[in-house]
Design a protein around this ligand. Structure first.
Ligand code: ZN
Length: 137
């Protein structure tokens, strides 16, 4: 079993400033990290819920993926991320099973994680992310 747990759920929001107080109130914890991922044209805010995190995503560019997502679908759940052991092997295994990969090799995401996305057309409409913390191998 190489998927260990749900690492985080990604939620697209128009404004971190507006959404953070709601989640702090809902979860009863403070946002512990705000980080810009230039590569993905997003600003992220993280909350811990047990072993899982909530990742709020605000676009830094209307043409970025989150910008386009909100324009098309509005705010809401954007992706689900599974923590995996051996991300390269897992991507290869998915590809061998006919799953379309957005990222054939992992790239750097927020929180120093190696991340890669599977295409929603292969995953019953759910944008799926694999992530691996290389420091926790
Ligand atoms: Zn994510």
């Amino acid at each position: 079993m190489s998927v260990t747990h749900i690492e985080h759920i990604g939620i697209a929001v128009k404004s971190l400033n507006d959404a953070i107080p709601y989640y702090e109130n809902l979860l009863g914890v403070k946002c512990y990290s705000i980080e810009e991922v230039k590569d993905q044209k997003v600003k992220t805010a993280f909350f811990k819920v047990g072993q899982t995190k909530i990742e709020l995503l605000e676009t830094t560019d209307p043409e970025g993926t989150i910008g386009k997502f909100i324009e098309k679908k509005g705010e809401g759940i954007h992706h689900i991320a599974f923590a995996v052991k051996g991300i390269n092997e897992e991507l290869q295994r998915m590809q061998e099973n006919g799953i379309v990969l957005i990222d054939k090799t992992p790239r750097s995401g927020a929180e120093g994680l190696e991340i890669a996305f599977l295409h929603p057309k292969s995953t019953f409409g759910v944008l799926t992310e694999f992530c691996e913390d290389r420091n926790q191998k």
